[in-house]
Design a binder for this molecule. Structure first.
Ligand code: ATP
Length: 342
């Protein structure tokens, strides 16, 4: 079925007993992009990824994946691949044998060694294809799981924290690979706690808080939601600098900055960038040298904090009506003896 959206969710709601894990999620994820899913712990990211992978079904709402409505039965929708909480792997088989076995369980004829070799190469594991994953690091296991998913040639790839355990070089390699998949028309949905990874990898992002979508759109647009940032200003005369901050219109002196060790030559000022520009002019005019200047957190992190703080309720969310039983599957997307999904 033709569709311009990889995922279309309307009022999707998911309960676990009294907990509302997803609370009326409306979301459109276009085809051919890397889409980030972020949010605080317990926001509902894994639950949403599980619905996309067919590991559980929603209690309410409608969900369309690659143009097809998702049935209220478990099972990976056609064209979808991925994993949650690390891939399920057979520790006693080699990486190459794992790929052949996992993909054939999904009904794909992956015993053709050329395809397996290609997948190993794509994720940078060609050199260890004949080794067993029991000795693999977390990052290597992640990459092997990704290779297994790629063998099925997914049109929607769903990955939970794909950068976990990757060293900087491996991260760049995987980011480039995911970008290439998206450029070739596939859609990649990734969850992450690392806003720098999201900025590097994703074109659009959805921010969940308490099971609700509080933002969905381009990454730059989310960054623009950061509003007033805290800036760390290192100067030659912090006593005068403090006074100048308080005298500069639009700026506020932050006396107890979060997560910052007080340093003798640093003051922290909160305000818009235009006021910070004015501060620099005034400091220089007062004969104070500016030795360093920058936001204490990135604009993306600041937006994350601002939007999720604003959305945090004072009491835990509970369903408006009695919760319906959860239809959950405990086995991983690709049946396997180790690892897997919730
Ligand atoms: N199988 C389950 N049984 C009961 N409650 C669950 C289950 N899975 C998730 N929850 C609850 O649903 C809510 C959303 O959880 P979920 O794991 O989707 O959040 P998350 O955003 O992935 O969090 P994290 O960043 O910590 O992984 C949480 O309150 C969680 O405790």
């Amino acid at each position: 079925m033709e569709s311009s959206a990889a995922v279309r969710s309307r009022s999707t709601t998911k309960y676990f007993g009294d907990v509302v894990a997803l609370d009326g999620v409306d979301l459109d994820i276009p085809l051919g992009q890397v889409h980030g899913l972020v949010g605080p712990n317990g926001a509902g990211k894994t639950t949403l990824l599980g619905l996309l992978l067919g590991l559980s079904v929603a209690d309410r709402g409608t969900l369309e994946i690659l143009g097809a409505p998702v049935d209220r039965v478990l099972g990976t929708p056609a064209g979808v691949a991925g994993f949650l909480d690390g891939p399920g792997l057979y520790p006693s088989l080699t990486a190459r044998q794992n790929l052949a076995a996992l993909a054939s369980l999904r009904g794909h004829r992956s015993d053709r060694s050329r395809e397996v070799d290609e997948a190993l190469e794509q994720v940078g594991l060609s050199d260890v294809g004949d080794e067993r994953p029991r000795g693999f690091s977390l990052g290597m296991r992640q990459r092997l799981g990704l290779a297994a998913a790629l063998l099925t040639r997914p049109r929607l790839l769903v990955l939970d924290e794909p950068s976990n355990g990757l060293d900087p070089a491996a991260k760049r390699h995987i980011h480039r690979l995911l970008g290439e998949l998206a450029a070739a028309g596939a859609t990649v949905v990734v969850s992450s706690h690392h806003m720098d990874d999201v900025a590097a990898l994703c074109s659009e992002v959805t921010l969940l808080s308490n099971g609700r979508v509080v933002f969905s759109g381009p990454v730059e647009k989310l960054a623009a939601e950061s509003g007033r940032l805290d800036y760390r200003v290192a100067t030659s005369d912090p006593v005068v600098a403090r006074r100048v901050v308080t005298e500069t219109p639009g700026l506020e002196l932050v006396t107890d900055p979060d997560g910052l060790r007080p340093e003798d030559d640093v003051v922290v000022a909160r305000g818009p960038v235009s006021a910070v520009d004015e501060l620099v002019v005034r400091l220089v005019g007062a004969g104070v040298a500016v030795r360093g200047l920058g936001p204490t957190v990135t604009p993306l992190e600041a937006a994350f904090l601002a939007l999720t703080d604003a959305a945090t309720p004072t009491a835990p969310a509970t369903p408006a009506t009695p919760a319906t039983p959860a239809h959950d599957q405990t086995s991983p997307t690709v049946p396997a003896p180790a690892g897997g999904a919730r």
